[in-house]
Design a protein around this ligand. Structure first.
Ligand code: NAD
Ligand code: TYD
Length: 361
């Protein structure tokens, strides 16, 4: 049975990945989830699987060398899937320091602990051990609004925000371990994800939440910045496929040619809510394009991101299964069915959930 060490598994993509992996492999794998439970980590995301025999949770900071070493010591880890990070660009502009600590130093800690556990006396690595570093397309910088330039794996790095610079640094550290030690790792660079369990500071859940409360929908700048949106389950599938079928040492871009302007995303959410909400739901009256409010632009706002997924398609056969129309409807429906989740993450109640659930363990 393969044992996975997943970092940041209580966050948005990490929790969706853990769900995906148990759906796919059921009892054939064991997952240990290590998460510090920052404001973005929520154990309620994993409530339905927390009692599985083949799942365990460790509350730890990835910068805590001893805690991470102990996990490797106590368990024969076969796969590391490293999601844990500070992930929000706006927060990185306000407070870059924690991004450097977690994203750069935390990644180095994970690499060192894995290297120590997996390296043999002759400097080679035990068979079958693999580390996957989850990164972003934001490391490549910003593309012109021309619809025909794309990010390839060979595109030079040109990060602009403290978030993307910290992710770029972490990618280079992983690359250096691959190049220097032949450390068995892959790097994936993925476009903007959307789907269930995303913290409502990111565009899509923020717009859904604000619409339902009749609050203004803040559009940065002219609203014409473009992001390349990927349904989170397709990302989870891509990570698993890269780890099992990719060439060790290689990096892969994951994205599905789904470019949208922010203003169009916002309008799509408004129309989807208008379509889904029943007429007798009092929130329906709130949902209108009148809520759209143009606000001061984000500092250093990247204009356009667009992934060329040619390599992962050709080498591994990955493709996104979920069209945007289907994915956004699923996402809006999920939030409508989980308003208690939204309430809890915005009020901080989930931290209490953790205390109740894990005190004395
Ligand atoms: P998220 O903010 O929802 O979750 C991050 C998780 O990491 C949380 O559970 C948090 O508690 C945990 N964490 C933070 N600091 C930690 C620390 N020091 N020690 C242990 N755990 C810690 O982020 P996400 O959107 O799920 O992103 C996951 C990964 O995917 C990140 O590495 C991010 O850079 C990358 N990524 C995200 C996107 C996206 O659209 N969200 C796109 C491409 C790549
Ligand atoms: P975000 O979800 O923060 O992801 P990222 O910055 O990593 O791409 O933002 C997506 C886009 O939406 C980005 O161009 C910034 C814009 N945006 C707004 O216009 N208003 C908002 O309130 C937020 C959070 C983002």
């Amino acid at each position: 049975m393969r044992t996975y060490l997943v970092t940041g598994g209580a966050g948005f993509i990490g929790s969706n990945y853990i769900h995906y992996m148990f759906r796919k492999y059921d009892n054939e794998i064991r997952i240990i989830n290590v998460d510090k439970l920052t404001y973005a980590g929520n154990l309620e995301n994993l409530k339905d699987i927390e009692n599985r025999e083949n799942y365990s949770f460790v509350k730890a900071d990835i910068c805590d060398k001893e805690a991470i070493r102990k996990i490797f010591k106590d368990n024969d880890i076969d796969r590391v899937v490293h999601f844990a990070a500070e992930s929000h660009v706006d927060r990185s502009i306000k407070n870059p320091e924690v991004f450097i600590e977690t994203n750069v130093l935390g990644t180095a800690t994970m690499l060192n602990a894995a290297k120590e556990a997996w390296e043999k006396a002759d400097g080679t690595f035990a068979e079958g051990k693999k580390f996957l570093h989850v990164s972003t397309d934001e490391v490549y910088g910003s593309l012109p609004d021309d619809g025909k330039s794309f990010f390839y794996e060979t595109t030079p790095y040109d990060p602009h925000s403290p978030y993307s610079a910290s992710k770029a640094s972490s990618d280079f550290i992983v690359k250096s371990y691959i190049d220097t030690y032949h450390f068995p790792a892959n790097i994936t660079n993925t476009s903007n994800n959307y789907g269930p369990y995303q913290f409502p500071e990111k565009l899509i859940p923020l717009v859904i939440n604000n619409c339902l409360q009749g609050k203004e929908l803040p559009v940065y700048g002219d609203g014409r910045n473009i992001r390349d949106w990927l349904f989170v389950d397709d990302h989870a599938k891509g990570i698993d496929m890269v780890q099992e079928m990719g060439t060790l040492g290689q990096k892969y871009n994951i994205g599905g040619h789904n470019e949208r302007r922010n203003i169009d995303i916002i309008k799509t959410i408004i129309h989807t809510l208008q379509e889904i909400l029943p007429d007798d739901d009092p929130r329906k009256a709130n949902v209108s394009e009148d809520l759209i409010t143009f606000v001061t632009d984000r500092k250093g706002h990247d204009r356009r991101y667009a992934i060329a997924p040619d390599k992962i398609k050709a080498e591994i056969g990955w493709f996104p299964e979920t069209t945007f129309e289907v994915g956004i409807k699923k996402t809006v429906e999920w939030y409508l069915a989980h308003m208690d989740w939204m309430e809890n993450v915005t009020s901080g109640t989930y931290q209490k959930y953790y205390e109740d659930m894990y005190s004395g363990r």
